[in-house]
Design a protein around this ligand. Structure first.
Ligand code: CO
Length: 288
């Protein structure tokens, strides 16, 4: 990465840790890999959870995620393959298709379901939980359902491609807007030996998760394998280079909230009292 690395010396992010996810099961028995939100990486402010789901066996996902509540944060579903039907208690429905993104701001509360629209074949994607600042935890729920054709792609002549879900890269801005933590969420494909230097807000926490092949990441060009998440140091940019067979990764960054977190299952608030209130509101049918 020679020259580009020199240019950003001193502010280029480094890999400070690599973590592998753990096998987990959620919803009505969907098999997935929990990468953030497990003992190896309990959270990375403002990110509370990252799950990767990926299976071509219907039995691993067919039970889906029947009705369940959320309050106090955002769930972000990025589908790579397969179809999921989404519905909530306020009459919102949607179909998540391959390449689509749903950025759901649960705010004061929704009850929703996420159910596969297929009985077999590949189902693959990510769900990320993004915390909301205290002042926004009780906002009205909001959906940003983005079709695949509305996600811009930067395609460079050298084969590097970058899908911009939220935030900006190379003058291209993603379709998801007005998110409290000013996030960046990129899907980066790197042919072998090809490099991308990505500007990142210097004080934002960031991670990269390699989900195909391998990539060299950060100022020290550390090789990160498929299935490893790299936690990045702070800095103005992050460097990526495709490994011997190329690589594909998501790069996610966001403004840390530095607020107390009180978490109970699908409720993420600031205090235990607010959690008790969330449970009481849910049980009393006040998530409407
Ligand atoms: Co949910």
């Amino acid at each position: 990465m020679g020259q580009a690395r020199l240019q950003s010396a001193g502010s280029e992010r480094r890999v400070v840790a690599t973590i592998r996810g753990r096998a987990a099961s959620d919803g009505a028995g969907v098999k997935l890999t929990r990468i953030i939100g497990q003992p190896g990486l309990p959270d990375l402010d403002p990110f509370l959870m990252l799950d990767e789901f990926g299976s071509d066996r219907g039995a691993d996902y067919i039970a889906g995620f029947p009705d369940h509540p959320h309050r106090g944060f955002e769930t972000v579903t990025y589908m790579l393959a397969g179809r999921m039907r989404h519905g909530d208690n306020q009459g919102n429905v949607g179909l998540l298709r391959p390449g689509s993104v749903q950025w759901m701001t649960a705010g004061r509360g929704i009850i929703h379901s996420e159910m596969p629209e297929q009985e077999d074949g590949l189902m693959q994607g990510f769900q990320l939980w993004v915390n909301l600042p205290a002042k926004d935890k009780m906002v009205k729920p909001r959906y940003q359902d983005i079709d695949p054709e509305n996600i811009p792609v930067v395609e460079r002549a050298d084969g590097v491609t970058v899908k911009v879900l939220v935030g900006s890269f190379d003058g291209v801005t993603g379709p998801v807007t007005n998110v409290a933590t000013d996030p960046l969420y990129l899907d980066i494909t790197l042919p072998a030996g090809r490099t991308a230097i990505v500007p990142v807000e210097a004080e934002h926490n960031a991670f990269a998760y390699v989900f195909e092949g391998q990539a060299r990441i950060g100022a020290e060009a550390q090789m990160v394998e498929r299935g490893q998440l790299a936690v990045l140091s702070l800095g103005e940019s992050a460097a990526f280079e495709g490994g011997p067979a190329g690589g594909r990764l998501i790069l996610v960054a966001g403004r840390p909230l530095r607020e107390p977190v009180a978490k109970y299952g699908p409720f993420v608030m600031n205090t235990p009292e607010e959690i008790r209130q969330a449970i009481a509101d849910y049980q009393a049918g006040r998530f409407v």
